[in-house]
Design a protein around this ligand. Structure first.
Ligand code: HEC
Length: 206
């Protein structure tokens, strides 16, 4: 088994194995859910037993454990109810995520708060913790699926995809290609990109 040891059902990989994935792991999971994911059950398995962590091993593991670890509710209704939203600001965009039109909704109160504190936060639009942003993928007036971001307590974001009935699903379906949660979402939603709602980075999440 190389330097991989099984300990109480968990696999211990050398700490250095995680270094290349540090930024992606921080963006995907907060520290508690990261510890829970890496030390929990099902264990992270060194499939090819080379004693180090490969992307082919980490990616499916993260994708299959993410929703439980964060945790993202199985229905969008439950997620929205818990966010207690009282009115939305809406805007439609055509973007790179999908060929479908995206109808983006931001809670009005969260937007007002971000605008109110714009100067104080260094001329940045920083949404309050818990902010939920929903983007409907619309084609021929039908909502095909919805992508969701929810602001975590540590300043990074949770990601979710829900189908047309509002049930949680592992990835989008619309062209140009399916986007899987959380790996592809965090891969694109990097802090330095202009489209990032807040331009946060992993050292100083906002
Ligand atoms: C190819 C790069 C890319 C990938 C991959 C990606 N996004 Fe995005 N995302 C964007 C861009 C660009 C925007 C802003 C324009 C738009 O909404 O299309 C955006 C905006 C959003 C928004 C609206 C809030 C905002 O910042 O305007 C949500 C919600 C969202 N993405 C969720 C997700 C989820 C969930 C995933 C993973 C399933 C994901 N994104 C994957 C590029 C990406």
């Amino acid at each position: 088994m190389g330097s991989l040891h099984r300990d109480a059902g968990a696999c211990r990989l050398p700490a250095a194995s995680f270094a290349p994935f540090r930024s992606l792991l921080i963006r995907s999971l907060d520290s508690a859910s990261l510890a829970h994911t890496l030390g929990g059950s099902p264990p992270l398995v060194d499939v090819n037993e080379d004693g180090t962590l490969d992307w082919d091993e980490l990616e499916p593991f993260l994708q299959s454990t993410y929703y439980d670890r964060r945790p993202i509710p199985a229905s969008l209704d439950t997620l929205l109810l818990s966010a207690n939203i009282d009115g939305w600001f809406e805007v439609s965009v055509d973007g790179v995520m999908t060929t479908a039109t995206r109808r983006i909704r931001v809670p009005l109160e969260a937007l007002k708060e971000a605008v109110r504190r714009y100067k104080e936060r260094g001329d940045s639009l920083i949404y309050p913790l818990g902010t939920v942003i929903v983007a409907d993928h619309v084609a021929d007036d039908l909502t095909i699926e919805r992508t969701v971001m929810r602001k975590r307590a540590d300043g990074h974001w949770d990601y979710g995809v829900f189908d047309s009935t509002g049930s949680r699903v592992p990835s989008t379906t619309t062209p140009p290609k399916p986007l899987a949660v959380p790996t592809q979402c965090v891969g694109c939603h990097l802090g330095s990109r202009l489209y990032e709602p807040e331009k946060s980075d992993d050292v100083d999440p906002r």
